[in-house]
Design a protein around this ligand. Structure first.
Ligand code: OGA
Ligand code: MN
Length: 294
C-alpha cells in the first residue's frame, strides 16, 4: 500500500489497496484503518461502480447508519445526493428539495452530529460528476484545534454544544426540514472536543448544525461558533477534491469538516454515500454530556 499526502494538514490518496481488498482482507483493512486514523481523509481512485463493495468496505469500520427519514435512500445504507429526478430522469429545478439540500451540504459541516449517535466516517462515491464545479472541500479540525489559544482549548474541552438538522437546513430555507424530519431528528448535545482514542489527538467538534452552547447566552454562543468556523476554514487550510469518475473518498467526521461546492444547475451530479456510526471505541462515550443531577 502506498500513501500519498494531498495537503500538509489533511487527506491522502491510497494506492495499491482497493476498497474490495479492504472488504475481504483483514490485513488490508488494518492498513487502511491506520491511514484513516492518521490522515482523516482517504481518496481512492478508479474504484468499480459497485454498491456492495461500498457497503462491504464501510461495514469493516463499524455499524452502518441508515439514510435519514425523507431522504433519497431512506431506510437503506445508501444516502443518495443528486439533482436527477429518478422518476423522469430530468434535472430538478433549483427550488427543488434535493437542490436545496445540495446547498445545505455546501455549508461547512461534519456529518450526523445531529443524530442520536454521531458518525465516525462517511464514504462518498462519485457516480455522475458535472464536469465543472461540484468539488468537495475538507479541513482538519485537529489543525484547527492546534491553532486555538490554549485558554480557549481548555474552555472548549469541557463545553457542550447543541446540534440540529433543522438549524442547518433553516440557513438555506426555513421550511427545508419538514415537521416529520424534525420529529425524527431532535437536537443532540456533544462535547466540543473529540479526542481520538487511538492516537490521543484532539479535534474541534462543530458543524453547520451547531446552534447553542450549554451555559452560554444564545447570541454569545452563535458568535463563538462563527468565530471557530472562520478559524477552521481560513484560506490555505483546505484540501479541495476535484472528482473523477470512479473516485471514492472516506472522511473522519470526528476530525474534519467538509462542504460541497456549487456546480451549474444544468449539469447532472449523482453521488452515493454510506455512513458509519461511531462507537465507544471511537471515543463517543467521552463526547456525551455528564448527566445532570435531578
Ligand atoms: C456528504 C456531503 C458534499 C458533496 O456527502 O456528506 O456533504 O460534495 N457531500 O456532495
Ligand atoms: Mn456531508
Amino acid at each position: 500500500m502506498e500513501i500519498i499526502k494531498l495537503h500538509p494538514e489533511i487527506a491522502a490518496e491510497i494506492r495499491g489497496v482497493s476498497m474490495a481488498d479492504v472488504a475481504h482482507d483483514d490485513n488490508a483493512y488494518r492498513a487502511v484503518r491506520a491511514a484513516f486514523e492518521e490522515h482523516s481523509v482517504l481518496v481512492f481512485r478508479d474504484q468499480p461502480t459497485d454498491d456492495q463493495v461500498q457497503v462491504g468496505y464501510s461495514a469493516k469500520f463499524g455499524p452502518l447508519e441508515t439514510a435519514k427519514v425523507a431522504s433519497l435512500g431512506e431506510g437503506t445504507p445508501f444516502s443518495i445526493l443528486t439533482n436527477v429526478d429518478k422518476a423522469t430522469g430530468n434535472l430538478v429545478p433549483p427550488t427543488h428539495k434535493e437542490a436545496l439540500r445540495a446547498k445545505a451540504n455546501q455549508l461547512w459541516h461534519t456529518d450526523s452530529s445531529f443524530r442520536e449517535t454521531p458518525a465516525l466516517a462517511s464514504v462518498l462515491a462519485a457516480r455522475t460528476i458535472p464536469g465543472v464545479g461540484g468539488e468537495t472541500e475538507f479541513v482538519s479540525q485537529r489543525a484547527t484545534w492546534n491553532r486555538l489559544p490554549q485558554s480557549l482549548r481548555a474552555k472548549l474541552a469541557n463545553s457542550y454544544a447543541w446540534h440540529s438538522y433543522a438549524h442547518s437546513r433553516g440557513k438555506i430555507d426555513p421550511s427545508l426540514a419538514s415537521q416529520r424530519e424534525q420529529n425524527a431528528l431532535p437536537p443532540a448535545c456533544w462535547r466540543m472536543r473529540w479526542r481520538n482514542p487511538v492516537n490521543g489527538r484532539d479535534a474541534l467538534y462543530i458543524a453547520s448544525h451547531t446552534y447553542a452552547i450549554e451555559g452560554m447566552a444564545d447570541k454569545e454562543a452563535l458568535a463563538l461558533i462563527d468565530e471557530l468556523a472562520a478559524i477552521a476554514t481560513a484560506p490555505g487550510h483546505s484540501y479541495e477534491h476535484t472528482w473523477k469518475a470512479g473516485d471514492v473518498i472516506m472522511w473522519d467526521n470526528r476530525a474534519s469538516m467538509h462542504r460541497g461546492r456549487p456546480w451549474p444547475d444544468d449539469k447532472p451530479r449523482y453521488m452515493i454515500r454510506t455512513t458509519i456510526a461511531a462507537t465507544d471505541a471511537d471515543g463517543v462515550a467521552e463526547l456525551r454530556p455528564p448527566r445532570k443531577a435531578a
